[in-house]
Design a protein around this ligand. Structure first.
Ligand code: NAD
Length: 473
């Protein structure tokens, strides 16, 4: 039985459900079957949502941080009560393997909500500093538009909406067309938590309609966007017409740089796991493995062996490592890029798997024998594809790591921590993990270069939704 919560036809505006003029069906990528519906909202509904957020702003911005913490703690409890449904819905709408949905989508997102509750619970509402005769205050940025992609839908929504609300902003959020159902569960939780009307508004719909209406609306003060670099550039350009602030979390092509003194097998296995996490649909995935020339053949073989161990199939099963890709179009895009690389002479290893007949499945791919300038070594594939590249020396390794238009994440592997830190600092990218250090949700996350600007997560992610005022005495 499919949950009733998957059949929706409304936007959440001013604390109420407002039916949209039409609905779209939501597909399970593992079967291709329609599993639910969502609102296909109009720009007029965006206007109403922005008006509601604007009306709610003054009183919400005037609350103390402690009062907002109490509201967000209630939201956190309501989200926790929906945890299993959030996991099930993530598996159904994204096709994410259930283990990944539980750990990397839902539990991580709920932990981050808890982190923000704690961050603001004891925050002083007074000035943040005194400079000469000036008191400096941190104030909410205003009405915020949050636009999110389909790859980690509930996580990406919560890591924007929660710090924005925590900072005293009110929000109009738009989830991705392909994955709106988890966002509805967040709105349900906000309603059940008694969040004041208009503080969080949810307007599901198309990017060109709802997204553009948010980005160009004169009453929206700031847009926080996560998605592709191409759409991000359009969002920045359209937002410029009203001079609104924009934070952009975009694509990546991150390097995992293995220094000669590292444990090769450990580094290669972790890199394959990163490149294939969430079926390769992770913006911060390490999708380029850089290894010393003399270790190249061994590294390639190790990567193929690891790829061969991955279980591809039904995402509802605990043992599954890779589920389907999000859509038929995404599978075409991924297989097309691999086919072009092959045609140009690349070595493309795919484990010999029997893939399910229905659903948008693809096997993991390890690509070797390509120049670093090749399309597959430069463009974000957004599928389970790892490119292995050789380097001559440390300087060459850093050059290759920086040889893309992106700069979102990265890894360095070495027995010498000081050397690893030196290399990490030379990489033009927003995050680097040394020797497989764990993800830290309190650390700032975001891009250099065409991976975007602005930071999410932690204190920096909170401050993104504030502005600074100086009062002279
Ligand atoms: P996308 O850019 O197609 O869409 C993202 C969101 O923007 C969706 O909600 C979409 O409806 C909306 N949108 C589309 N056109 C719009 C427009 N003209 N104006 C306003 N909004 C519009 O991205 P996607 O395909 O959903 O997601 C995959 C991409 O997201 C990948 O490139 C991935 O790297 C990136 N991503 C980045 C991060 C990060 O934090 N850096 C995280 C996850 C995903």
């Amino acid at each position: 039985m499919r949950p009733a919560e998957w059949h929706r036809d409304s936007a959440f505006v001013d604390g109420q459900w407002r039916p949209a003029e039409s609905v779209v069906s939501v597909e399970d990528p593992a079967t291709g079957e329609a599993i639910g519906t969502a609102a296909d909202s109009s720009a007029a509904l965006v206007d109403e949502a922005v008006a509601a957020a604007r009306r709610a702003f003054d009183s919400w911005a005037a609350t103390t941080a402690r009062e907002r913490a109490a509201h967000l703690a209630a939201l956190h409890r309501e989200l926790q009560a929906r945890r299993d449904l959030l996991v099930r819905t993530t598996v159904a709408e994204v096709g994410a393997p259930v283990r990944v949905a539980r750990e990397a989508h839902v539990d991580l997102a709920l932990d981050i909500v808890g982190y923000y509750v704690d961050l603001i619970a004891n925050l002083d509402d007074g000035p943040i500093e005194q400079v000469g005769n000036s008191l400096v205050f941190r104030e909410p940025a205003g009405v915020v538009g949050c636009i999110t992609p389909w790859n980690y839908p509930v996580y990406q929504l919560l890591i924007k909406v929660v710090p924005a609300i925590a900072a005293g902003c009110t929000v109009v959020a738009k989830p991705a067309e392909l994955t709106p159902l988890t966002a509805y569960l967040v709105a349900d939780a906000a309603q059940a938590a008694g969040l004041p009307a208009g503080v969080l508004n949810l307007v599901p719909g198309r990017g060109r309609v709802v997204g553009e209406a948010i980005v160009t609306h004169p009453e929206v003060d700031l847009v926080s966007f996560t998605g592709s670099t191409q759409v991000g550039a359009r969002v920045a350009a359209r937002a410029a017409t009203t001079l609104k602030r924009v934070a952009l979390e975009l694509g990546g092509k991150s390097a995992s740089l293995v220094l000669p003194d590292a444990d090769l097998a450990t580094a290669v296995n972790a890199t394959v796991d990163s490149a294939t996490l969430n079926t390769g649909q992770t913006c911060s995935a390490w999708t380029r493995l850089l290894v010393p020339q003399e270790a190249y053949d061994d590294a390639y073989q190790l990567a193929c062996a690891r790829a061969g161990e991955l279980v591809v199939g039904d995402p509802t099963r605990e043992e599954t490592d890779l589920g389907p890709l999000i859509s038929a179009g995404q599978r075409e895009s991924v297989t097309g890029m691999v086919a072009r690389a092959s045609a140009a002479g690349a070595r493309c290893f795919q484990p010999p798997l029997v893939l399910p007949e229905r659903g948008h499945y693809t096997a993991p791919v390890v690509v070797g024998g390509v120049p670093p300038e090749a399309e597959i070594a430069q463009e974000e594939v957004f599928g389970p594809v790892l490119v292995v590249l050789p380097y001559r020396d440390e300087a060459d390794a850093v050059r290759l790591a920086n040889l893309t238009v992106y700069g979102l994440a990265g890894a360095v592997w070495s027995a010498d921590q000081e050397r690893a830190l030196r290399v990490a600092r030379a990489m033009r990218t927003g995050q680097v993990d040394i020797n497989g250090a764990p993800f830290n949700p309190a650390a700032p996350f975001g891009g250099y270069k065409q991976s975007g600007y602005g930071r999410e997560l932690g204190r920096h992610g909170y401050e993104e939704f504030t502005q600074i005022k100086a009062v002279q005495l």
